[in-house]
Design a protein around this ligand. Structure first.
Ligand code: TRP
Length: 335
């Protein structure tokens, strides 16, 4: 099992990204068997497909690195680096852009969403974004790629590219990577509106729990979280059409490592006046140690930079080897 995944340094560090992505990386890392490898990188090259303020990009890269390490990504167990330090990502992306077909890219729904009405004004990088993503995983010969639902289409494309490359050049160079949608990744919703995602771009800070929030802030936000007047249902079906209730129960279940039914078994029939403080206790208990570690790490940016440089070194060793095979397959002379 070779696990590869990336996360963009867009600075949105809240309970939603933690439960959605980061926590799953840590769970996968901790379940590695001898011989397995896990490669996790910060996708700063993907980030610049939309303009990023340079100083903010540097800062966000450090912040997400610190958050990942605080959450339990351990350089002794997995490799962690920022993508742009390993130039082979760009090199392989070029070769694969000659394998991928324009028709394939034209079907990508994320490009349509992100480019919106002004397609002609979108960067070329935004259009070829999925090819770079394919390079990211194929460079390390990934077999398993933990991603959210929204990235499944990009992974299918990576498989198509790998398959065509293998066929075109008559060698089994790339294994076909499997998207693994983690079982326990709830789509965490805004605390003010159960129909919207928890997001850093929501103008109301009350809508999200940031990884840097203090205990008081967490308790206050949960106390004021939108709910309905009914008590919690005793069965999971009772959460239907109650998105705010469902969101809070899902957060509880995920953090407690149980299912919705178990949570409702304990709290069903009780009002939010009883449930919210219990949820706050759990969120605080889980986030507080991470929070402290995050602040500690961020206070020493040089150590973060050194950890990423060290990870990049390890990534480069494997990336170089794959590129040797790719250059040989394609017929590039030299090196
Ligand atoms: N596109 C992914 C996202 O926005 C990030 C990403 C970049 C990624 N390269 C990857 C995820 C490779 C998995 C594998 O979430």
């Amino acid at each position: 099992m070779i696990i590869v995944s990336g996360i963009q340094p867009t600075g949105s560090l809240h309970l939603g990204n933690y439960l959605g992505a980061i926590r799953n990386w840590v769970l996968m890392q901790d379940a590695l068997k001898p011989g397995d490898r896990a490669w996790f990188f910060i996708a700063d090259m993907h980030a610049i497909t939309l303009f990023q303020d340079p100083a903010e990009l540097t800062q966000s890269t450090r912040e997400i690195a610190a958050a990942l390490m605080a959450a339990g990504i351990d350089p002794a167990k997995s490799v962690l680096w920022n993508q742009s330090q390993v130039m082979e990502h760009a090199e392989l992306a070029w070769v694969l852009s000659c394998t991928a077909r324009i028709g394939w890219l034209n079907r990508m729904t994320q490009f349509k969403e992100k480019s919106g009405k002004d397609r002609e004004g979108a960067s070329v990088g935004l259009y070829t974004y999925p090819v770079l993503q394919a390079a990211d995983v194929l460079l390390y010969k990934a077999t398993h790629v933990p991603v959210g639902d929204d990235q499944k289409q990009h992974l299918e494309l990576a498989r198509d590219i790998a398959q065509k490359f293998n066929t075109d050049f008559g060698r089994e160079l790339f294994p076909l990577p499997e998207p693994t949608i983690p079982p326990s990744s709830p789509r965490v919703r805004s605390l003010r509106d159960g129909s919207a995602k928890m997001s850093k771009s929501d103008p109301s800070d009350q809508s999200r729990i940031n990884l840097t929030d203090s205990e008081d802030e967490i308790r206050n936000k949960l106390k004021r979280a939108k709910t309905d007047p009914e008590p919690l249902p005793t069965a999971v079906e009772g959460l239907e059409n109650r998105p705010e209730a469902r969101n809070l129960v899902e957060i509880y279940a995920t953090l407690a490592g149980t299912g919705l039914a178990e949570v409702l078994g304990e709290f069903g029939g009780q009002g939010f006046g009883a449930f919210k403080p219990a949820l706050a206790d759990l969120v605080v208990a889980k986030l507080a140690p991470m929070n402290a570690r995050y602040r500690e790490l961020l206070a020493n940016p040089a150590a973060i930079d050194a950890a990423l440089a060290e990870g990049a070194e390890q990534a480069r060793a494997v990336a170089r080897e794959t590129m040797r095979e790719v250059r040989d397959a394609v017929g590039f002379l030299g090196r």
